[in-house]
Ligand binder design. Structure first.
Ligand SMILES: NC(=O)c1ccc[n+]([C@@H]2O[C@H](COP(=O)([O-])OP(=O)(O)OC[C@H]3O[C@@H](n4cnc5c(N)ncnc54)[C@H](OP(=O)(O)O)[C@@H]3O)[C@@H](O)[C@H]2O)c1
Length: 246
């Protein structure tokens, strides 16, 4: 049976995906930094094993890839998030988010892609709808996901006619330890299990982008197209509404 490597598989979307693949008979390897959390997921299925791997450390990522061996599917899902106004996050905090979300994912791509180009496979990167446009209180996170989206667009173009299918997953709000940090109303919030169902459905085809949930995706795509004047008007309304709720 095929093997899937899921980074950040100890919690949230990664955990839900790991359990979904395992229940379909896949050999699942999950990775992350928190050994206890990874072990708890492994205890739920004999099809799941784990490796400790901080994706910001390129040597660790390369080492993990050789430990894991051949894979048919890599889901580069590990990520970090810090909400709040721009000046509430130090430059280092902004940099750390980028280190995980962008450079950490890039480390994994460098580790898995060369072999995948020879053997074939599917490379899946978890971005975010927050990468579509600069949202208030998301300036540490949004740019890292916007950069990932751009990276995937370049890579998909480069990989055309190769043996590798690259797909980008752009979720809206999903209940997890990351969104537990939000103190505002999250429209169209879904569970990690629902997110896993959407992702598995998307992975059955080869569309470049797997974005969900539908109603929130449509709103975000519309916002992306409207003129800046109108966008900043809407953004101010949203900010004022959330300020009143607090
Ligand atoms: N939740 C949402 O609404 C939402 C929306 C759009 C996109 N996303 C994206 O979905 C992905 C999964 O997030 P989630 O919501 O499921 O949150 P989560 O439960 O907090 O999962 C994040 C995972 O990333 C791992 N991780 C963080 N830093 C890491 C590092 N340096 N090296 C290796 N692993 C690291 C964590 O494991 P360890 O702590 O064990 O390292 C954790 O398992 C992220 O990329 C996130 O940006 C989430």
């Amino acid at each position: 049976m095929s093997t899937v490597w899921i980074t950040g598989g100890g919690s949230g979307i990664g955990k839900a995906l790991a359990l979904s693949f395992a229940s379909d008979g896949w050999n699942v390897v999950i990775s992350g930094r928190n050994q206890q959390r990874l072990q708890e997921v492994c205890n739920l299925s004999t099809k799941i094993r784990s490796v400790i791997c901080d994706i910001t450390n390129q040597d660790e990522v390369e080492q993990s890839q050789s430990e894991i061996g051949a894979i048919e599917l890599a889901v580069l899902n590990a990520g970090d998030y810090r909400p709040g106004p721009t000046l509430d996050c130090s430059t280092n905090e902004h940099r750390n988010i980028f280190e995980v979300n962008y450079f950490g994912t890039l480390n994994c791509i460098h580790a898995v892609l060369p072999e995948m180009k020879k053997q074939g496979g599917r490379l899946v990167v978890v971005g975010s709808l927050a990468g579509y446009i600069g949202l208030p209180n998301a300036s540490a996170y949004g740019p890292s996901k916007a950069a990932l989206i751009s990276l995937c667009e370049s890579l998909r173009a480069e990989l055309q006619d190769s043996l590798v299918t690259l797909q980008l997953i752009n979720p809206g709000f999903v209940k997890s330890t990351l969104t537990d940090r939000n103190n505002f109303n999250m429209p169209n919030l879904i569970s990690a299990e629902q997110a896993a169902i959407e992702i598995r459905r998307g992975l059955q085809g080869d569309r470049f982008e797997i974005a969900f949930p539908g109603p929130f995706v449509r709103r975000m795509k519309l916002i992306q197209m409207i003129p800046y004047r109108l966008y900043f008007y809407v953004a101010r309304k949203l900010r004022d509404r959330n300020d009143k709720r607090r």
